[in-house]
Ligand binder design. Structure first.
Ligand code: PBG
Length: 324
């Protein structure tokens, strides 16, 4: 034994204090963005069956929810609207009194410091469930851009602090940036869903947001999970068009992409820890197969290690509580 040479990595792992001294990655409450589903109607706080712990919340129940979020130390939310009416042009997405616009005004009045991110898309609002204008079974790119810019402007008028377009039409960042600037919102940043894969991990969300496409799928606009270089081209375009943040979505199966995006671009990177990633942990935890707290903290920390500066996650409230 005496003459073998080897390194003693275990020296730095001996005690909890020693381990925390050399810990490289830290998850903070400030890193978390909590998604909320706001619905029309009154006195609604309905559990979303595919996402245990996630609720549809009507405006009159939003105060209680916001109080809890604030008391946990969460500083940022992302709003998703579930409108009562849908039509082929998704008009409720850019209506002055649309559900996201009303919820944004309400939250900003109640908690002016809260960073409100507005998801900018059409799929919850269109009768066909696609993220763009549909003609003869095709999703039209350029005509959709005007509607997205209109949506972003109406969200900024309502007080949204950040616009987060998730539709994956080409040129959406450029169109929204120009629209916001012309409307005087030069200071409102764009958190672009720059790298968004066409993923089965969105299943539970579509249940929650009532946004399942009524025909076909999203593969002509969302990305092929097999592609890496395409992700870099998408991120590059969004930076050139004026994106302030780059989202990589989903998170867990795309950590390699997150790292590359972080290394190549000088913008904050946001991991979207999506619904399927959430519900799978919930199901396993409910069955007693995994330790929920440990699994969740491990996953969120891993996303940060992979390059995420921020994380959009349905676990934000749980994680904030555990971090206290
Ligand atoms: C669509 C949108 C999706 C999600 C957020 N906005 C997915 C989709 O249906 O394509 C998914 C979020 C999640 O799964 O948590 N604009």
């Amino acid at each position: 034994m005496k003459d073998i040479m080897f390194n003693r990595h275990r020296r730095l792992r001996q005690t909890e204090n020693m381990r925390s001294l050399v810990r490289e990655t830290h998850l903070r409450k400030e890193d978390l963005i909590y998604p909320l589903f706001v619905v029309e109607g009154e006195n609604i706080r309905n559990a979303v069956s595919s996402m245990p712990g996630v609720f549809h919340i009507s405006m009159d129940n939003l105060k209680a929810e916001m109080d809890e979020i604030v008391s946990l130390g969460i500083k940022s939310i992302i709003l998703f609207g579930v409108p009562a009416e849908k039509d082929d042009l998704g008009k409720q997405a850019y209506h002055e009194h649309g559900i996201v616009q009303r919820a944004t005004r309400f939250v900003k009045e109640l908690y002016p410091e809260m960073v409100v991110v507005a998801d900018t898309c059409l799929c919850q609002y269109t009768s066909h469930g696609h993220c763009g204008i549909v003609k003869e079974g095709k999703i039209l790119n350029d005509p959709t851009l005007d509607l997205l810019a209109k949506t972003a402007i109406s969200q900024a008028e309502a007080g949204a602090d950040i616009i987060a377009p998730s539709n994956m039409m080409d040129g959406f960042v450029a169109a929204i940036r120009r629209g916001l600037d012309e409307a005087g919102f030069t200071e409102v940043p764009i958190m672009s869903y720059a790298v968004k894969y066409s993923s089965s991990f969105y299943g539970p969300f579509r249940d929650a947001a009532h946004s399942t496409p009524q025909f076909g799928d999203r593969r002509t606009y969302q990305m092929d999970p097999a592609n890496r270089l395409e992700a870099l081209r998408e991120a590059q375009s969004d930076i050139e068009e004026g994106a302030d943040f780059l989202i990589v979505k989903p998170a867990l199966s795309y950590m390699d992409i997150m790292r590359e995006v972080k290394d190549r671009f000088n913008a904050p990177v946001v991991a979207y820890n999506v619904s399927g990633e959430y519900s799978m942990v919930k199901a396993a935890a409910e069955n007693g197969w995994v330790n929920e707290k440990e699994i969740v903290m491990e996953k969120l920390t891993s996303m940060k290690r992979a390059g995420a500066d921020l994380i959009i996650t349905y676990f934000a409230k749980d994680a904030a509580g555990w971090l206290s």
